[in-house]
Design a protein around this ligand. Sequence first.
Ligand SMILES: *[C@@H]1O[C@H](CO)[C@@H](O)[C@H](O)[C@H]1NC(C)=O
Ligand SMILES: *[C@@H]1O[C@H](CO)[C@@H](O)[C@H](O)[C@H]1NC(C)=O
Ligand SMILES: *[C@@H]1O[C@H](CO)[C@@H](O)[C@H](O)[C@H]1NC(C)=O
Ligand SMILES: *[C@@H]1O[C@H](CO)[C@@H](O)[C@H](O)[C@H]1NC(C)=O
Ligand SMILES: *[C@@H]1O[C@H](CO)[C@@H](O)[C@H](O)[C@H]1NC(C)=O
Ligand SMILES: *[C@@H]1O[C@H](CO)[C@@H](O)[C@H](O)[C@H]1NC(C)=O
Ligand SMILES: *[C@@H]1O[C@H](CO)[C@@H](O)[C@H](O)[C@H]1NC(C)=O
Length: 417
Amino acid sequence: MKWSSKLLALAALPMALVAADGDDASASSSKPKPDKDGKYWIHGDGISAAFIPYGASVTNILFKDQYGIERDLVAGFDNATYYGVDKQHPHFGGVPGRYANRIKNSTFEIDGKKYKVKANENPTKEHPDGLDTLHGGPDGWDWRNFTVLAYTKNSITFQIVDPDGKEGFPGEVVSWATYTLNGRDWDFKLVALSTTKKTPIMLSSHTYWNLDGFANNETNTALNHTLHLPYSGQRVGVDNILIPTGDILANAKGSVNDFWSKPKQLGASFGDKDIVNNCGFNCTGYDNCYTINRQSLSPYDWRTSGPVATLSSEWSGIQLDIFTDQDAFQVYGCQGQNGSMALKKTQGVKTSRNGKDFPRTIAKYGCVVLEVQDYIDGINHPEWMRKQIWGPEDGPYVLQAKYRFSLTSEHKNKCDK
Ligand SMILES: *[C@@H]1O[C@H](CO)[C@@H](O)[C@H](O)[C@H]1NC(C)=O
Ligand SMILES: *[C@@H]1O[C@H](CO)[C@@H](O)[C@H](O)[C@H]1NC(C)=O
Ligand SMILES: *[C@@H]1O[C@H](CO)[C@@H](O)[C@H](O)[C@H]1NC(C)=O
Ligand SMILES: *[C@@H]1O[C@H](CO)[C@@H](O)[C@H](O)[C@H]1NC(C)=O
Ligand SMILES: *[C@@H]1O[C@H](CO)[C@@H](O)[C@H](O)[C@H]1NC(C)=O
Ligand SMILES: *[C@@H]1O[C@H](CO)[C@@H](O)[C@H](O)[C@H]1NC(C)=O
Ligand SMILES: *[C@@H]1O[C@H](CO)[C@@H](O)[C@H](O)[C@H]1NC(C)=O
């Protein structure tokens, strides 16, 4: 990391700490409050979003489609209470931590010392808890309530203190998630400090998107959404249970994982036999970590050098452009959904067509999760030379992203001129 960005991040910390000190009863009288469902709303220009302390999760994003109809673009629940009650726990909209994605064998080594963290995925007879660790363990950050440090009309900051030894990770980590709506941009910044020992830190945001607000009256899948990953000519090679093998693979032009050469519908390659097992054993679809290769642009400013991902839907005409300082991008196509997860009251088809039934649930392939992050399981692949072990002497870990909302018609007009 460059010194300049380290210093900037450090400068932001004292403010957060001051806010923590002031977070008592005497200061709370004029403080804005969550709504009756426990959601904290913030507002931009033609866009509103809600967040909850549970996992510092985004619960709603409201934006008008090309017909002026407001759509709620993210999966979630109707109220904050239900996030801790739901048994499926699909990590709706939260911050997975302290280490997002998978850790092979739930082990890693720091300075010659081996660590074993709690497993929580792929249970077998010999390993009833699982063969690996997903999203920081069975009680990862997105299962816990953060505290609200600061809250204004267009911004909210959450804090979590993750104790030494929790889920088996060494050392305490203190982290802040700040979400802001600026115009039609959703900006977020995740900062984390390892305060006592060297420990793995790698964060992300785990938002489930359906740019039709799950209200498309022609299809209840997101397979017609178009995705473009202009810098992602490669991906992290994985085994049957999505654990990196160490290989960085090429996404050949025209292959199922080619989203770089031109924009492509998420379902466009479903006729190709290679889509089977593409997301693990017997799994058809996407759950892949694409690398973001911008070395040739160097030096670049992530805010202005163009989006690393663009997702759009012809039906709603809504487009999402994602900018980030991160070097990898996980795409998960919701093949794990099976029609048992209820939609929110703000979503769903109001009138069905030709008596065609659209249940008020999330269908298989009904959404897509887009995760800005670093190379997955980089702690077990020193040959990739990623910065994923953070000690007190390292200063803050920082992740930044900007999600820009627009209508596809606005881009077409621009080209016509
Ligand atoms: C809370 O949300 C859940 C899931 O969205 C819903 O089933 C439940 O009825 C809601 N409870 C209340 C009190 O609104
Ligand atoms: C987390 O917050 C939710 C909603 O505000 C609340 O219902 C729940 O009891 C809290 N959980 C814990 C462990 O504090
Ligand atoms: C997997 O973890 C176990 C401890 O649970 C350890 O004994 C073993 O060496 C690890 N295997 C690898 C390949 O790291
Ligand atoms: C999905 O896209 C395909 C290819 O562009 C098109 O033929 C089809 O009609 C679309 N389906 C729906 C339900 O929008
Ligand atoms: C593969 O998945 C299908 C359904 O998705 C299931 O019916 C089948 O049993 C699975 N096959 C194996 C070998 O697990
Ligand atoms: C759907 O998935 C959920 C969560 O994994 C599971 O509890 C449920 O039994 C599944 N339902 C069907 C019909 O497969
Ligand atoms: C389907 O949705 C579109 C877009 O909102 C709308 O124009 C159309 O009337 C709807 N069709 C039916 C049959 O409801």
